[in-house]
Design a protein around this ligand. Sequence first.
Ligand code: AP5
Length: 224
Amino acid sequence: MSELNLILLGPPGAGKGTQAERLRADFELPYYATGDILRAAVKADTDLGREAREYMDRGDLVPDELICKVVIDRVDSDEARDGFVLDGFPRTVGQAEELHRALEGLERQLTATLLIDAPDEEVIRRLSGRRVCLDSGHTYHVEFDPPKNDGFCDQDGSALVQRDDDKLETVRHRLEVFHQQTKPLVELYEREGLLRRFDGTRSPEEVNGHIRATLATLRLEEQI
Ligand code: AP5
Protein backbone atom coordinates (compact mmCIF):
# COMPACT_ATOMS: atom_id res chain seq x y z
CA MET A 1 0.00 0.00 0.00
CA SER A 2 1.40 3.42 -0.90
CA GLU A 3 1.59 6.42 1.40
CA LEU A 4 -1.41 8.45 2.56
CA ASN A 5 -0.19 12.06 2.82
CA LEU A 6 -3.11 14.26 3.83
CA ILE A 7 -3.77 17.90 4.62
CA LEU A 8 -6.83 19.07 6.58
CA LEU A 9 -7.78 22.56 5.44
CA GLY A 10 -10.62 24.83 6.53
CA PRO A 11 -11.63 27.87 8.52
CA PRO A 12 -11.08 27.94 12.28
CA GLY A 13 -13.76 25.88 13.99
CA ALA A 14 -14.87 23.97 10.88
CA GLY A 15 -14.11 20.71 12.67
CA LYS A 16 -10.58 19.85 11.49
CA GLY A 17 -9.44 18.70 14.93
CA THR A 18 -12.70 16.80 15.50
CA GLN A 19 -12.28 14.92 12.23
CA ALA A 20 -8.57 14.38 12.79
CA GLU A 21 -9.34 12.56 16.02
CA ARG A 22 -11.64 10.19 14.10
CA LEU A 23 -9.19 9.80 11.21
CA ARG A 24 -6.46 8.82 13.63
CA ALA A 25 -8.69 6.07 14.98
CA ASP A 26 -9.48 4.85 11.45
CA PHE A 27 -5.98 5.02 9.92
CA GLU A 28 -2.79 4.60 11.86
CA LEU A 29 -1.13 7.79 10.69
CA PRO A 30 0.96 10.31 12.61
CA TYR A 31 -0.96 13.52 13.12
CA TYR A 32 0.72 16.93 13.17
CA ALA A 33 -1.50 19.84 14.20
CA THR A 34 0.47 23.07 14.14
CA GLY A 35 -1.92 24.76 16.59
CA ASP A 36 -1.33 21.95 19.13
CA ILE A 37 2.44 22.00 18.50
CA LEU A 38 2.54 25.78 19.07
CA ARG A 39 0.30 25.67 22.19
CA ALA A 40 2.57 22.95 23.65
CA ALA A 41 5.61 25.16 22.93
CA VAL A 42 3.93 28.12 24.66
CA LYS A 43 3.11 25.94 27.69
CA ALA A 44 6.67 24.60 27.86
CA ASP A 45 8.01 28.17 27.45
CA THR A 46 10.43 27.17 24.66
CA ASP A 47 12.03 29.70 22.27
CA LEU A 48 9.38 28.80 19.66
CA GLY A 49 6.58 29.25 22.21
CA ARG A 50 7.86 32.63 23.37
CA GLU A 51 8.07 33.88 19.77
CA ALA A 52 4.70 32.43 18.75
CA ARG A 53 2.62 33.53 21.73
CA GLU A 54 1.90 37.15 20.82
CA TYR A 55 0.80 36.21 17.29
CA MET A 56 -1.49 33.46 18.57
CA ASP A 57 -3.07 35.61 21.27
CA ARG A 58 -3.98 38.21 18.61
CA GLY A 59 -5.33 35.53 16.27
CA ASP A 60 -2.61 36.24 13.68
CA LEU A 61 -0.54 33.60 11.95
CA VAL A 62 2.97 33.05 13.24
CA PRO A 63 5.62 33.88 10.60
CA ASP A 64 6.26 31.15 8.01
CA GLU A 65 9.91 30.83 8.99
CA LEU A 66 8.91 29.86 12.55
CA ILE A 67 6.55 27.06 11.59
CA CYS A 68 7.80 25.54 8.30
CA LYS A 69 10.88 23.79 9.66
CA VAL A 70 8.91 22.41 12.62
CA VAL A 71 6.47 20.66 10.26
CA ILE A 72 8.93 19.59 7.59
CA ASP A 73 11.18 17.89 10.17
CA ARG A 74 8.18 15.81 11.26
CA VAL A 75 7.14 14.91 7.71
CA ASP A 76 10.72 13.78 7.09
CA SER A 77 10.81 11.54 10.18
CA ASP A 78 10.70 7.73 10.34
CA GLU A 79 7.25 7.66 11.89
CA ALA A 80 5.79 9.55 8.89
CA ARG A 81 7.30 7.12 6.34
CA ASP A 82 3.89 5.61 5.44
CA GLY A 83 2.02 8.91 5.54
CA PHE A 84 0.81 11.72 7.73
CA VAL A 85 -2.13 13.99 8.48
CA LEU A 86 -1.33 17.72 8.65
CA ASP A 87 -3.90 19.88 10.45
CA GLY A 88 -3.52 23.66 10.21
CA PHE A 89 -0.53 23.52 7.82
CA PRO A 90 -0.01 24.88 5.26
CA ARG A 91 -1.92 28.09 5.95
CA THR A 92 -0.25 30.47 3.51
CA VAL A 93 0.88 30.15 -0.10
CA GLY A 94 4.48 30.44 1.16
CA GLN A 95 3.99 27.46 3.50
CA ALA A 96 2.37 25.42 0.71
CA GLU A 97 5.34 26.13 -1.58
CA GLU A 98 7.80 25.19 1.14
CA LEU A 99 5.97 21.90 1.81
CA HIS A 100 5.85 21.14 -1.91
CA ARG A 101 9.62 21.70 -2.25
CA ALA A 102 10.34 19.52 0.79
CA LEU A 103 8.16 16.64 -0.45
CA GLU A 104 9.68 16.89 -3.92
CA GLY A 105 13.14 16.64 -2.36
CA LEU A 106 11.99 13.47 -0.58
CA GLU A 107 10.44 12.12 -3.82
CA ARG A 108 7.03 12.07 -2.20
CA GLN A 109 3.76 13.78 -2.96
CA LEU A 110 0.47 14.76 -1.36
CA THR A 111 -2.42 12.31 -1.67
CA ALA A 112 -5.21 14.84 -1.05
CA THR A 113 -6.18 18.07 0.67
CA LEU A 114 -9.42 17.63 2.61
CA LEU A 115 -11.29 20.93 2.81
CA ILE A 116 -13.83 21.03 5.65
CA ASP A 117 -15.89 24.13 5.04
CA ALA A 118 -18.33 26.04 7.23
CA PRO A 119 -19.78 29.57 7.03
CA ASP A 120 -18.50 32.30 9.34
CA GLU A 121 -21.61 32.45 11.55
CA GLU A 122 -21.38 28.67 12.21
CA VAL A 123 -17.69 29.02 13.09
CA ILE A 124 -18.49 31.75 15.58
CA ARG A 125 -21.19 29.62 17.26
CA ARG A 126 -18.88 26.66 17.47
CA LEU A 127 -15.79 28.38 18.78
CA SER A 128 -17.64 30.37 21.42
CA GLY A 129 -19.02 27.06 22.82
CA ARG A 130 -15.85 25.02 22.41
CA ARG A 131 -14.18 23.61 25.52
CA VAL A 132 -10.89 21.72 25.51
CA CYS A 133 -9.32 19.50 28.12
CA LEU A 134 -6.28 20.91 29.83
CA ASP A 135 -4.23 17.71 29.63
CA SER A 136 -4.59 16.32 26.11
CA GLY A 137 -6.70 18.84 24.22
CA HIS A 138 -9.79 16.60 23.66
CA THR A 139 -12.50 18.84 22.26
CA TYR A 140 -16.14 19.33 23.32
CA HIS A 141 -18.93 21.80 22.66
CA VAL A 142 -21.27 23.00 25.40
CA GLU A 143 -24.29 22.52 23.10
CA PHE A 144 -23.34 20.19 20.19
CA ASP A 145 -21.00 17.74 21.93
CA PRO A 146 -21.21 18.18 25.71
CA PRO A 147 -19.13 16.02 28.08
CA LYS A 148 -20.97 13.55 30.34
CA ASN A 149 -19.80 15.43 33.46
CA ASP A 150 -20.10 19.18 33.02
CA GLY A 151 -16.64 20.81 32.95
CA PHE A 152 -14.61 17.56 32.86
CA CYS A 153 -13.12 15.49 30.05
CA ASP A 154 -14.84 12.11 29.41
CA GLN A 155 -11.53 10.56 28.36
CA ASP A 156 -9.12 11.56 31.10
CA GLY A 157 -11.19 13.45 33.70
CA SER A 158 -9.14 16.66 33.45
CA ALA A 159 -10.76 20.12 33.62
CA LEU A 160 -12.24 21.66 30.47
CA VAL A 161 -11.32 25.27 29.62
CA GLN A 162 -11.99 27.85 26.90
CA ARG A 163 -9.02 28.57 24.64
CA ASP A 164 -7.72 32.16 24.93
CA ASP A 165 -8.13 32.68 21.18
CA ASP A 166 -11.79 31.54 21.25
CA LYS A 167 -12.96 34.92 22.56
CA LEU A 168 -15.38 36.56 20.13
CA GLU A 169 -13.13 39.43 18.92
CA THR A 170 -10.19 37.08 18.37
CA VAL A 171 -12.40 34.58 16.52
CA ARG A 172 -13.56 37.35 14.17
CA HIS A 173 -9.94 38.29 13.49
CA ARG A 174 -8.94 34.64 12.91
CA LEU A 175 -11.71 34.43 10.32
CA GLU A 176 -10.41 37.53 8.51
CA VAL A 177 -6.92 36.02 8.51
CA PHE A 178 -8.35 32.78 7.10
CA HIS A 179 -10.14 34.58 4.24
CA GLN A 180 -7.10 36.69 3.37
CA GLN A 181 -4.19 34.32 3.83
CA THR A 182 -5.44 30.74 3.78
CA LYS A 183 -8.37 30.75 1.34
CA PRO A 184 -6.03 31.13 -1.71
CA LEU A 185 -4.84 27.59 -0.93
CA VAL A 186 -8.29 26.25 -1.84
CA GLU A 187 -7.82 27.44 -5.41
CA LEU A 188 -4.22 26.30 -5.49
CA TYR A 189 -5.02 22.70 -4.46
CA GLU A 190 -8.09 22.66 -6.69
CA ARG A 191 -5.88 23.53 -9.70
CA GLU A 192 -3.55 20.71 -8.75
CA GLY A 193 -6.49 18.24 -8.62
CA LEU A 194 -5.83 17.47 -4.96
CA LEU A 195 -8.80 19.19 -3.32
CA ARG A 196 -11.70 17.19 -1.84
CA ARG A 197 -14.56 19.21 -0.32
CA PHE A 198 -16.64 18.29 2.75
CA ASP A 199 -19.65 20.09 4.17
CA GLY A 200 -18.56 20.92 7.72
CA THR A 201 -22.09 21.92 8.72
CA ARG A 202 -23.11 18.23 8.75
CA SER A 203 -22.80 16.22 11.95
CA PRO A 204 -19.30 15.02 12.91
CA GLU A 205 -20.35 11.41 12.10
CA GLU A 206 -21.61 12.39 8.63
CA VAL A 207 -18.45 14.35 7.83
CA ASN A 208 -16.35 11.41 8.99
CA GLY A 209 -18.38 9.03 6.81
CA HIS A 210 -17.83 11.23 3.76
CA ILE A 211 -14.11 11.51 4.41
CA ARG A 212 -13.74 7.75 4.89
CA ALA A 213 -15.63 7.09 1.64
CA THR A 214 -13.42 9.57 -0.23
CA LEU A 215 -10.22 8.04 1.11
CA ALA A 216 -11.44 4.54 0.24
CA THR A 217 -12.11 5.71 -3.34
CA LEU A 218 -8.68 7.33 -3.58
CA ARG A 219 -7.06 4.05 -2.53
CA LEU A 220 -9.12 2.07 -5.03
CA GLU A 221 -8.20 4.46 -7.85
CA GLU A 222 -4.58 4.01 -6.93
CA GLN A 223 -4.82 0.24 -7.27
CA ILE A 224 -6.39 0.39 -10.74
P1 AP5 B 1 -5.28 26.08 15.36
O1 AP5 B 1 -5.24 25.44 16.67
O2 AP5 B 1 -4.87 25.29 14.15
O3 AP5 B 1 -6.70 26.73 15.18
P2 AP5 B 1 -7.70 26.79 13.93
O4 AP5 B 1 -7.27 26.39 12.58
O5 AP5 B 1 -8.19 28.18 14.05
O6 AP5 B 1 -8.64 25.64 14.16
P3 AP5 B 1 -9.39 25.29 15.45
O7 AP5 B 1 -8.58 24.34 16.27
O8 AP5 B 1 -9.88 26.52 16.13
O9 AP5 B 1 -10.68 24.59 14.81
P4 AP5 B 1 -10.96 23.16 14.21
O10 AP5 B 1 -11.28 23.30 12.75
O11 AP5 B 1 -9.90 22.15 14.58
O12 AP5 B 1 -12.33 22.84 14.95
P5 AP5 B 1 -12.67 21.80 16.10
O13 AP5 B 1 -12.61 20.40 15.57
O14 AP5 B 1 -11.93 22.10 17.37
O15 AP5 B 1 -4.34 27.39 15.35
C1 AP5 B 1 -4.31 28.31 16.43
C2 AP5 B 1 -3.30 29.42 16.15
O16 AP5 B 1 -1.96 28.86 15.98
C3 AP5 B 1 -3.53 30.23 14.87
O17 AP5 B 1 -4.46 31.27 15.06
C4 AP5 B 1 -2.10 30.75 14.59
O18 AP5 B 1 -1.78 31.83 15.42
C5 AP5 B 1 -1.22 29.57 14.98
N1 AP5 B 1 -0.94 28.66 13.86
C6 AP5 B 1 -1.34 27.36 13.76
N2 AP5 B 1 -0.90 26.82 12.60
C7 AP5 B 1 -0.22 27.81 11.95
C8 AP5 B 1 0.44 27.89 10.69
N3 AP5 B 1 0.50 26.84 9.84
N4 AP5 B 1 1.03 29.06 10.35
C9 AP5 B 1 1.00 30.12 11.16
N5 AP5 B 1 0.36 30.14 12.37
C10 AP5 B 1 -0.23 28.98 12.75
O19 AP5 B 1 -14.25 22.17 16.30
C11 AP5 B 1 -14.65 23.43 16.81
C12 AP5 B 1 -15.88 23.24 17.74
O20 AP5 B 1 -16.99 22.80 16.96
C13 AP5 B 1 -15.69 22.18 18.83
O21 AP5 B 1 -16.32 22.62 19.99
C14 AP5 B 1 -16.37 20.91 18.26
O22 AP5 B 1 -16.90 20.08 19.31
C15 AP5 B 1 -17.48 21.52 17.41
N6 AP5 B 1 -17.72 20.75 16.19
C16 AP5 B 1 -16.80 20.18 15.37
N7 AP5 B 1 -17.38 19.59 14.31
C17 AP5 B 1 -18.74 19.81 14.47
C18 AP5 B 1 -19.89 19.46 13.69
N8 AP5 B 1 -19.78 18.78 12.54
N9 AP5 B 1 -21.11 19.87 14.13
C19 AP5 B 1 -21.24 20.59 15.31
N10 AP5 B 1 -20.18 20.94 16.10
C20 AP5 B 1 -18.94 20.56 15.68
